[in-house]
Design a protein around this ligand. Structure first.
Ligand SMILES: [Ca+2]
Ligand SMILES: [Ca+2]
Ligand SMILES: [Ca+2]
Length: 535
């Protein structure tokens, strides 16, 4: 009889080892050939897509027919096939998907198995590596699943045993910004941000978090948040191996994400830049895409992206389709129509919450209006004071409708078209008690229209647009009245932050973005305690 054995606990959870072993036991007890595919509710063995670049040749390791250097085998799954029927001398593998490949040892090197190649057994056993070459994809469509079938043959070539092993690729997921930070990214060269970068570096040094500074070629690259999304892929188990998966830029001027390809970092190009016009020109910038922390209803959180309900323009559908196809973070949209830049990271953000189970930060335009009036800011007390007040009342209505689902026009929904009767809170499965509001006043250029609103920008640095690094909130303070800083600080601490640091982000604020827009981060996927993060 033949059996599969997967005996590297770094790659496979113990439960899986037992499951596969159980299958082997059943096979060994039977006489003659057995077809085990799909039997017994066996869970597929999960694999990482080997799309990082361990040998640094500029190509994803899975895009050739080799195992790429000494670190690469760890990205493949060890597969041992043993036969306890001594008549079996070779095993022949077949795989029902091009996305899966097997390698056998050939001297010192590993060599890809040819189609129908018979692998001779040594002492009744063959040791192989299984490589997954692709993530779940939409076009061409692959659901991430495959079956490896092994046929044990005797010296005359007769089939003596058969076993089947279902495998599946680990999904690509976005990483909540409540997770521990491994590295922060910022750009220089096009805006006058030297002091900002120096302050950011000093703060990160204090937290022992590395800062990588990119020399921007195009001005768009100064907005590091928008150049890429840094996701991940993870195998099950407490110490499950993971790989960073960077979603490549969508603006046509994004060399930085591609430069991150290397050991344990893969780059996924799942969409092409597309022409976008007018007020929707920034729809595909990655500040318009985020993910919630885990909720009870959604253990891996939900992807959140922006949609302009006035024009139906929304974040790149090919990226949303790719994320939806991963089947774990079912994407939802919220309305960004009332903003000038129209990014979700100007409206909502997440912190761990007082209980570590997450809370939702959201802009509070009514509190912002009151603060602006109290501080005597020109916009709030000058000749356009009434239009300013009305602007903030309209934004407040849009926010409330987005959060709770009240109102005639839906301002939140799921990408699969399911109705969202309770707004974003309903989509996340959260109670209103998980919302923490931050005072921000918004203004619009020119006269207010009869109804509706667009082109709103924050009067002072938008505190929702903060960067959260291992317990510390990094918040901009450009134009922010002292009382607003105090209120924001209290709100951040109530939302589970340990401390708040302020940065002068005027160089970004005048260009309509803040600290989150200016930065990006690579994070651990697991909720590892800050003190145990490897750096
Ligand atoms: Ca390879
Ligand atoms: Ca490579
Ligand atoms: Ca690799």
């Amino acid at each position: 009889m033949s059996m599969f054995r997967l005996d590297d606990p770094r790659l496979f959870g113990l439960g899986l080892l037992v499951l596969v072993g159980g299958m082997a036991t059943r096979a060994a007890e039977s006489m003659g050939p057995l077809a085990l595919s799909g039997e017994g509710g066996r869970e597929p063995v999960r694999l990482l897509a080997n799309r990082d670049d361990d040998d640094r040749d500029g190509l994803a390791d899975a895009d050739d027919d080799q195992v790429n250097g000494p670190a690469d085998p760890a990205d493949l799954a060890p597969l041992s096939i043993e036969a306890d029927d001594p008549r079996i001398v070779a095993v022949q593998l077949s795989i029902d998907s091009d996305a899966i490949a097997c390698f056998r040892q050939d001297g010192e090197a590993w060599r890809k198995l040819a189609v129908n190649e018979a692998v001779p057994l040594a002492a009744g056993r063959a040791d192989l590596l299984v490589e997954c070459r692709s993530w779940v994809t939409v076009s061409p469509a692959w659901n991430g699943r495959a079956t490896i079938t092994a046929v044990g043959r005797d010296a005359a070539g007769n089939e003596r045993a058969r076993a089947a092993l279902p495998v599946e690729v680990a999904p690509v997921v976005l990483v909540p910004e409540t997770m521990p930070v491994r590295e922060v990214y910022v750009a220089r060269g096009r805006y006058d941000n030297e002091a900002f970068v120096a302050r950011l570096r000093a703060l990160l040094d204090g937290l022992s978090v590395p800062l990588r500074v990119h020399d921007a070629g195009a001005w768009q690259e100064m907005w590091m948040q928008d150049t890429m999304e840094v996701g991940a892929s993870l195998l099950p188990g407490d110490d499950g191996r993971s790989m960073t998966v960077v979603l490549a830029g969508l603006r046509g001027v994004d060399p930085f994400p591609d430069s991150l390809l290397g050991p344990d970092v893969a780059v996924a190009t799942v969409a092409e830049p597309r022409p976008l016009a007018g007020g929707d020109a920034w729809a595909d910038w990655y500040g318009n895409l985020m993910v919630s922390p885990a909720t009870e209803a959604w253990p891996q959180g939900r992807v959140i992206y922006g949609r302009n309900v006035a024009t139906a323009a929304e974040f790149h559908p090919d990226v949303i389709g790719f994320l939806a196809a991963q089947q774990v973070q079912s994407p939802v949209w919220i309305d960004t129509s009332w903003l000038l830049i129209k990014h979700v990271d100007e409206i909502v953000a997440f912190l761990p919450g007082p209980d570590g189970r997450g809370c939702l930060l959201v802009v509070d335009p009514l509190a912002g209006l009151e603060q602006a009036q109290t501080a005597g800011l020109a916009a709030a007390v000058g000749p356009r004071a009434e239009a300013f007040a009305e602007t903030n009342r309209r934004v407040a209505t849009a926010i409330e409708e987005m959060l709770t689902g009240v109102g005639k026009v839906p301002r939140a929904g799921s990408a699969d078209g399911q109705p969202a009767e309770r707004g974003l809170l309903g989509l996340l499965g959260w109670e209103p008690s998980r919302v923490v509001r931050l005072p921000v006043a918004f203004e619009v250029p020119g006269e207010l229209p009869e109804q509706g609103l667009t082109d709103a920008t924050p009067l002072w640095s938008n505190p929702v647009n903060m960067l959260f690094v291992n317990g510390t909130v990094f918040c901009g303070e450009a134009g922010m009245p002292a009382a607003v800083r105090t209120a924001c600080r209290e709100a951040f601490l109530a939302a589970g932050a340990e401390q708040v640091e302020w940065l002068d982000d005027a160089c970004y604020h005048r260009m309509k973005g803040n600290v989150h827009c200016a930065t990006n981060s690579r994070r651990h996927l697991l909720p590892i305690r800050t003190s145990t993060v490897d750096r």
